[in-house]
Design a protein around this ligand. Structure first.
Ligand SMILES: Nc1nc2c(c(=O)[nH]1)N[C@H]1C(S)=C(S)[C@@H](COP(=O)(O)O)O[C@H]1N2
Ligand SMILES: [Mo]
Length: 390
């Protein structure tokens, strides 16, 4: 029995595999990747701020917006990447670059960059999605890997766009030839490919799928879309006191508060307060969101003592850097730092109350940090000491 000949690039004759289609979907995907990369960079630098960089504390909800966009653009990129891969997969059957020549070398480099790009993007989007499910099934650290992959993707994408620039230019606008090609197969001698889907149909399908996953997950950051957030792993209004909990007191090894619990602030003077004494200090109110890097955010009303008031009480300058120490033992977020702008901001509180009630233990009872324009990971819970740094 004679086996059928293996397919070649020309065996795929649907006009949907045309460079014009790859250009259009590629453009959408590039926008999603760019938004995701830039918001990811912003998130990285708010968490690992080099000394020369000053992240502003306003707008207070900026991080909520950028992190919402980060997760949204990553989610939307999944169907767009699938559509793009489907459009170009016949290229896998293109003639191998052989025998060696200058063109063959360029071709190998080009294919190599696409291999890196596709592999890195698939892994990045997959691990980002698992992160929103709070699932870390790999042995390597999420944050560093996610960040490094972001740079690899941007690098490989630039190479890819540079190599394809002539093709992208040709097909940026829909040409007459495109229109004809949409109706006819690539090779004139063969009969037209039979396909149920037109180009416009494919564009609508890809855009529709992207919009659908976007609209049904954005509710984890935008409350108005909450009721239709069927694909969102988190409902931001479900949890004690109307706020989700990422790390419970139990998980953090915080069992409760001893009767002789005291809060201390170490500065030029060392001060120490019982909870009742903290409650007697002048209280301020801040309406600020928790914007979790794992993809959800929710606004809340916080009441407590301004950090700058505490700095004043212990005789430290208003522009001090402050180390925040939690009762949690170990864990990446047991101690954090408030840069001077954050410590001085009137919205930054040592919060004692949330949404009109005393803090729940899972929300950081007896005291926690809440500051404007900050990722949730830095809103330290179960705070028992502040240290003024020089
Ligand atoms: N000490 C401590 N504080 C912490 C954490 C933690 O693991 N340990 N998790 C942070 C994270 S990731 C988030 S999103 C917020 C969530 O606050 P909530 O549980 O009150 O909603 O708390 C932050 N504060
Ligand atoms: Mo978080």
């Amino acid at each position: 029995m004679k086996l059928p000949a293996p397919p070649t690039e020309n065996s795929f004759r649907s006009p949907l595999h045309h460079p014009r289609v790859a250009t259009v979907i590629g453009r959408w995907l590039a926008v999603a990747v760019l938004v995701c990369f830039l918001t990811g960079l912003f998130s990285h630098f708010t968490q690992e701020t080099p000394a020369w960089l000053h992240i502003p504390t306003r707008p207070a909800s900026l991080y909520r917006v950028t992190q919402g966009l980060h997760v949204l653009s990553g989610t939307v990129a999944v169907p767009l990447l699938l559509a793009k891969l489907w459009t170009v997969y016949p290229k896998l059957f293109a003639k191998p670059p052989w025998p060696p020549s200058r063109e063959a070398l360029v071709n190998i480099l080009e294919r190599g960059s696409i291999l890196v790009l596709v592999a890195a993007m698939a892994l990045e989007l997959f691990m980002g999605y698992l992160n929103t499910l709070q699932w870390y099934p790999w042995p390597f650290p999420f944050k560093q890997t996610h960040y490094a992959l972001g740079w690899i993707i941007i690098g490989a994408l630039l190479v890819h766009i540079a190599v394809k620039l002539p093709l992208i230019r040709t097909h940026w606008r829909r040409t007459m030839a495109d229109r004809e090609q949409a109706l006819e197969p690539a090779t004139g001698s063969l009969p037209p490919a039979i396909t149920g889907l037109t180009r416009r149909g494919l564009f609508r399908t890809a855009a529709g799928a992207a919009s659908l996953v976007g609209i049904s997950t954005i509710g984890q950051s935008v409350p108005a879309f909450g009721p239709i957030a069927i694909l969102a792993p988190r409902k931001p209004n479900i949890g004690p006191q109307g706020l989700p909990v990422n790390r419970t007191a139990h998980d953090a090894g915080v069992v409760g508060v001893a009767a002789d619990w005291r809060f201390t602030i170490r500065g030029p003077q060392q001060l120490s307060y019982t909870l009742a004494e903290l409650q007697q200090l002048p209280q301020s109110r801040s309406d600020l969101p928790i914007a979790c890097v794992e993809g959800w955010s929710q606004g809340a009303r916080w009441e407590g003592i301004r950090i700058r008031d505490l700095l004043h009480l212990c005789g430290a300058p208003a522009t001090s850097r402050v180390r925040v120490v939690s009762m949690e033992k170990g864990g990446f977020y047991a101690t954090t730092e408030l840069p001077p702008e954050y410590a001085a901001d009137p919205l930054t509180l040592l919060a004692l109350r949330l949404n009109g009630g005393e803090l729940a233990l899972d929300h950081g009872f007896p005291a926690r940090i809440i500051a404007p324009n900050r990722p949730g990971v830095l809103q330290t819970k179960w705070v028992h000491r502040l240290e003024v740094m020089v």
